[in-house]
Design a protein around this ligand. Structure first.
Ligand code: SF4
Length: 319
């Protein structure tokens, strides 16, 4: 069930909950059980659902994509919000968040040099405006949540679960809140300026993916899946149930089988939509007069665990 509007936030604490499988530390790929022969992240699954050719370009051809200013801003805001909760509760103020913006950007550019290419050295005004715009998004955050009342159980955590005995599903949570009664709330920050309706289905797909992982690893269906739209200062809550997650699990497994089949046939067709406006690969897409590169030699669907050996898309990467 979807609900929207009042950003009232019940207290959530870092009380431990009973887990069947502890979450892996962030950035450390979990051990892959021997029965697993494939892995899938919500971003890549959503790519295939959106457009099979986009999946191919990103996951099989591994074509580079230059980060856009919006993606960089999303990554920065996610980084600031993660670090904000390192501060003592009463120090999590708008000005403290603003003070984190520049140092976090410097850190990100050091760790991900491709981000540094967004603003050439001769555009200091552009870079300054970029930092101001990130600070403005953070102000939006403070209108929908009071971080002084929150103690997230997890931030930017890599979570994973095995479904159908063979498929490892995994991804990074922006934040997980746990109430004193053990109820889980999955929170995802949205910073993009694209029309929300164009991306909302993708965002909810991603949140259900996390809910499925949590259900399968902790035996608890999250009570709330929450999208926080920082630009609009709005909250969208979704309450999943076990039956729905069971159906969703079947959908994910079917999606993976479709990906395997498309890989074996080397048949990934374009599926044009409004999302093409945000696609980096129009020049290679037949729907825009382009020609995809030759299918990579040796890829027959035989290396589906490649994603399991590398870090999946980080929080904010899809913003
Ligand atoms: S431009 Fe559109 S149809 Fe073509 S690959 Fe990108 S998302 Fe798919």
């Amino acid at each position: 069930m979807l609900s929207q509007g009042s950003p009232s936030v019940p207290d959530m604490t870092a009380e431990p909950v009973t887990t069947q499988q502890p979450a892996a530390p962030a950035d450390v790929p979990p051990a892959v059980p021997p029965t697993v022969r494939a892995s899938l992240s919500p971003s890549r699954a959503a790519d295939f659902k959106t457009c099979p050719l986009l999946y191919r370009f990103r996951s099989i051809d591994r074509l580079p994509e230059r980060p856009t200013v919006e993606q960089a801003r999303g990554t920065l805001v996610h980084a600031v919000l993660e670090r904000l909760f390192d501060l003592p509760a009463d120090g999590r103020t708008p000005s403290a968040a603003g003070d984190l913006v520049a140092p976090q950007w410097d850190r990100l550019v050091t760790e991900q040099p491709e981000l540094g290419g967004i603003f050439p050295d001769d555009d200091p005004a552009g870079a300054a405006e970029f930092l101001r715009s990130a600070a403005a998004l953070l102000e939006g955050y403070f209108t929908v949540e009071d971080p002084r009342r929150l103690e997230p159980a997890e931030r930017e955590s890599l979570i994973s679960a095995v479904v159908d005995d063979e498929l490892l599903i995994r991804g990074y949570l922006d934040r997980l809140d746990v109430a004193p009664d053990g109820a889980l709330r999955v929170v995802d920050y949205k910073t993009g300026g694209a029309p929300r309706e164009a991306f909302e289905a993708r965002a909810l797909f991603q949140l259900k993916f996390y809910a499925l992982v949590l259900w399968r690893t902790r035996g608890v269906v999250p009570r709330v899946l929450r999208l926080l739209y920082l630009r609009d200062a709005e909250v969208l809550d979704y309450a999943p149930d076990a039956d729905e997650l069971l159906r969703f699990e079947r959908t994910v497994v079917a999606l993976w089988r479709a990906i395997e089949q498309a890989t074996q046939r080397q048949d990934f067709r374009p599926r044009p939509s409004r999302l093409c406006d945000w696609c980096s690969h129009q020049a290679l897409c037949p729907s825009f007069g382009g020609t995809p590169p030759p299918f990579p030699v040796g890829v027959t669907g035989a290396d589906p665990l490649r994603d399991a050996r590398t870090r999946p898309a980080a929080p904010g990467a899809d913003e």
